[in-house]
Ligand binder design. Structure first.
Ligand code: SF4
Ligand code: MG
Length: 335
C-alpha cells in the first residue's frame, strides 16, 4: 500500500531556563494510505510534540527539530518554508485537538467557519461552499444542517462541537488527519460515537489518521497499528492484534493492565508505579529501567537494540535480545 508519511530519526528539543528538554529522541514510523496509526503514551512522552512536528507547529524558539526528516507524499516537511507549509496545513494535512472550543471561533456562525476554510484553499463561490458545508455536517452526523449552519458554537453540545471541528478538519478533503486526544474532553458515550464517526469517515474518504491518546482503550476501537511512546521514543510498535495479544514491552504491558476491560468486571486495575525519567538528561540505558519489574543489569547501562518479532512488530527491550545476559555479566565483571 502507498506510504503517505515517513518520519525518520526525529529529534525535537525545547530550550528552557533549566536546560534543554529532549522531548522526542529518534522517532521512526510510517503511515500508509487509509490507515489509522495510534500513538499512545503517558503525558509528556513526546506524542503531541511528534504530531505538532508533522504540522510544523513547534514554536521556535524555544522548540526545535534538531535532527531527522518528515516526508509527506515525498515532500520533506521539516525544511519547508512556512509559506509552503501553510498551503499544506488544512488542505492536505489537518489536525484536531482535545478541546473543541479552542478550534472554534465563538463570534462566527458554524457556516461561516466551515466555508472560510474552503474558500482560503480553493477558488469556489460562496454558494458552492455552503453546499459543501451542508454535506460535511451531514457526514459528521449533525441533523438539520441547513438551520444549524446559521448558529454559533455555544448553541451546540460538547459532542456536537467536536463533530463540527471534525467537519472543519475534513472539509478540504485532506489526505492525513491528525487527532490529538480528540475524545478526552467528552463523556464515555459521546467518545464512542466520535470514534465510530472517525471509522465511518475513513471508510468513506480513505483519509489516513494519526490518533494521539493516553488511553489504550480508545485505540482498541479504531487503530490498525499502535506505536507506544515512552520518554521521547517509540518503544513498541505493531498491529493492534500484536500490541494487545502479543505484548512484549513491560511498559506496554503496564499500560494494558491499567485499562478497564469490558468483559472482565471486578478485575483490579494496576497503575504503573513511579514516574517517567527527566528529559533534561535522559538515561543512557532503557528509560523504563527504574519502573520496570523485569529490569536486568544491562538495562540501565545500554539502550536496547530494536528487535523485530514480525515484519510489523518491533520492540526496544533487552528481554528480546539474547545478548542481554552476556552484556549484564560483562558489565558486572568490569565493576
Ligand atoms: Fe525493562 Fe530492561 Fe526491557 Fe527496559 S530493556 S523494559 S528495563 S527489561
Ligand atoms: Mg498531549
Amino acid at each position: 500500500m502507498e506510504k503517505i508519511l515517513e518520519v525518520n530519526n526525529l529529534h525535537v528539543s525545547f530550550v528552557t531556563y533549566g536546560g534543554e528538554v529532549k522531548a522526542v529522541r529518534g522517532v521512526n514510523f510510517d503511515l500508509h494510505k487509509g490507515e489509522t496509526l495510534a500513538i499512545v503514551g503517558e503525558s509528556g512522552c513526546g506524542k503531541s510534540v511528534t504530531a505538532n512536528s508533522i504540522m510544523k507547529l513547534i514554536p521556535e524558539p524555544p522548540g526545535k527539530i534538531t535532527d531527522g526528516t518528515i516526508h509527506f507524499k515525498g515532500k520533506e516537511l521539516t525544511k519547508l518554508p512556512n509559506k509552503e507549509m501553510r498551503k499544506i496545513r488544512g488542505a492536505d494535512i489537518s489536525m484536531i485537538f482535545q478541546d473543541p472550543m479552542t478550534a472554534l471561533n465563538p463570534t462566527l456562525t458554524v457556516g461561516d467557519q466551515l466555508t472560510e476554510g474552503l474558500m482560503t484553499h480553493r477558488s469556489i463561490s460562496s454558494k458552492e461552499a455552503k453546499k459543501e458545508a451542508i454535506e460535511m455536517l451531514e457526514l459528521v452526523g449533525i441533523p438539520n444542517p441547513d438551520e444549524r449552519l446559521k448558529q454559533y458554537p455555544h448553541q451546540f453540545s460538547g459532542g456536537m462541537r467536536q463533530r463540527i471541528v471534525i467537519a472543519m478538519a475534513l472539509i478540504c478533503d485532506p489526505e492525513l488527519l491528525i487527532a490529538d486526544e480528540p475524545t478526552t474532553a467528552l463523556d464515555v458515550t459521546i467518545q464512542a460515537q466520535i470514534l465510530d464517526l472517525f471509522d465511518r469517515i475513513q471508510k468513506k474518504t480513505g483519509v489516513s489518521i494519526i490518533l494521539i491518546t493516553h488511553d489504550l482503550g480508545v485505540v482498541a476501537k479504531i487503530a490498525d497499528r499502535i506505536a507506544v511512546m515512552y520518554a521521547g521514543k517509540i518503544i513498541e510498535v505493531g498491529t493492534k492484534r500484536e500490541i494487545f495479544y502479543n505484548t512484549q514491552h513491560p511498559y506496554t504491558q503496564g499500560l494494558l493492565n491499567s485499562v478497564p476491560k469490558l468483559n472482565q468486571k471486578g478485575e483490579k486495575l494496576v497503575p504503573i508505579d513511579g514516574t517517567p525519567p527527566d528529559l533534561f538528561s535522559p538515561p543512557v540505558g532503557c528509560p523504563f529501567t527504574a519502573r520496570c519489574p523485569k529490569a536486568m543489569e544491562v538495562c540501565e547501562k545500554v539502550y536496547p537494540f530494536k528487535s523485530a518479532l514480525s515484519t510489523t512488530h518491533e520492540v526496544d527491550c533487552w528481554l528480546q535480545d539474547e545478548r542481554a545476559k552476556e552484556l549484564s555479566a560483562s558489565h558486572a565483571a568490569t565493576r
